[in-house]
Design a protein around this ligand. Structure first.
Ligand SMILES: NC(=O)c1ccc[n+]([C@@H]2O[C@H](COP(=O)([O-])OP(=O)(O)OC[C@H]3O[C@@H](n4cnc5c(N)ncnc54)[C@H](O)[C@@H]3O)[C@@H](O)[C@H]2O)c1
Length: 359
């Protein structure tokens, strides 16, 4: 691995007002590295924009006590001219692309958003990285980008290994993430861009995404409604706590795949992929019961709330997969790291944040 020093460097984080992006920026601000962090986000209303603004507020507070600075730009990575201008203005050493249209189910409703951001937007980032080396400039030392566990499709070969075949995505979202990995590989080979793709597994935590099950279930239960449990609850999810994810991302940012030549004398693409998952999947029904217990403890639900009366079992949804389960041996081998926060601890933190945020 090629060690990357972050001290005094310019670092671009796309999707900086997003759940993982904002958590990463907060984590970086806690480092004593005097980084120049540029965050970009288009602040779209796929989910409540107030949560994105709240996250930016946390960043604004954290900057005050940090050795690093943070500049926020409201804009889209699909805007080629804007991205090019940004790369002209700042000599980015590390680029972390987290901006995406996320969500499996929404890709059936608004497919355009997935092509615009996940394909065109990511392509703009790759082109900008490519031209960062023009005229002998040192350019981007490491491009880190988000992929997803969804690219494993309905594969029965669990736990999912990074080397496994991932040619059968079951949603457009997954297909765009797989396309990102492939396009990044070609750019890495052609232009020697050191790049690392990270396949995240069901990330959850405080100030998370309202479109995800743990958050949506909470909203429904608070209103006294019934939560829809698909595949009759026969799903396993590798829930991964957000701080474990950002710790993994930060470690990966600091160590890029090395540039070297193969036996044929031609450059081997400096390219790597890792799973970032908890590696301990939990059944959906167990998850629902732990969530409801923690919501009671935090005072979000009343002590006598009967969760069994608020469950509606339904068949499998199109685009969904029954199991996600990460094999993290590659991450452990190359970066000495493995997520470890257990679900109850993580949901406790989510529940107490929810209580504070919504009152
Ligand atoms: N949260 C998870 O469980 C999970 C799992 C697998 C992969 N991922 C991936 O991790 C990354 C971060 O996900 P997240 O959970 O933080 O999602 P998020 O939706 O909270 O964050 C993404 C951010 O990108 C922004 N964005 C969308 N389109 C944009 C565009 N064209 N230009 C600029 N900004 C844009 C959104 O406004 C949002 O704030 C995404 O790439 C996602 O696909 C997340």
């Amino acid at each position: 691995m090629q060690k990357i020093e972050l001290k005094d460097k310019y670092i671009l984080v796309t999707g900086a007002a997003g759940f993982i992006g904002a958590s990463l920026v907060l984590r970086m601000l806690g480092e004593d590295d005097n980084m120049h962090i540029i965050g970009i986000d288009n602040m779209n209303d796929y989910y409540d924009v107030k949560i994105k603004e709240y996250r930016l507020g946390l960043i604004e507070e954290a900057v005050k006590a940090s050795s690093s600075d943070f500049n926020f730009i409201k804009g889209s990575i699909a805007d080629r001219d804007m991205i090019n201008e940004l790369f002209k203005k700042y000599p980015f050493a590390v680029v972390v692309n987290l901006a995406a249209q996320a969500g499996v189910r929404y890709s059936l409703i608004n497919p355009d958003a997935y092509i615009e951001t996940n394909i065109t937007g990511f392509y703009n980032i790759l082109e900008a990285c490519r031209h960062s080396y023009d005229n002998g400039a040192p350019g981007v030392e490491h491009l880190v980008y988000a992929s997803s566990s969804s690219i494993y499709g309905s594969s029965p070969d669990i736990p999912y290994k990074v080397e496994a075949k991932t040619d059968e995505p079951v949603s457009l979202y997954a297909a765009t993430k797989k396309a990102d990995e492939l396009i990044a590989h070609s750019y890495s080979k052609l232009y020697s861009i050191p790049s690392t793709g990270l396949r995240f597994f069901t990330v959850y935590g405080p100030a998370g995404r309202p479109d995800m099950a743990y958050f949506g279930f909470t909203d429904t239960l608070v209103k006294g409604g019934k939560i829809k449990i698909f595949n009759n609850g026969n799903c396993l999810r590798d829930f991964t706590y957000v701080d474990d994810v950002t710790e993994g991302v930060l470690r990966v940012m600091k160590a890029a795949p090395e540039k070297k030549n193969g036996e044929d004398g031609l450059p081997v693409p400096p390219y790597a992929l890792y799973n970032i998952g908890n590696s301990s999947p939990v059944g959906l029904m167990d998850f629902v019961h732990i969530l409801s217990e923690e919501l009671k403890t935090a005072g979000v639900l009343t002590e006598d709330f009967d969760i069994n009366a608020h469950e509606e079992l339904l068949p499998m949804q199109p685009g969904d997969v029954a199991v996600t389960y990460a094999d993290t041996s590659a991450l452990e081998r190359d970066h000495g790291y493995k997520p470890s926060t257990d679900l109850r601890t993580g949901l406790r933190r989510f529940a107490s944040w929810y209580r504070e945020f919504y009152g």
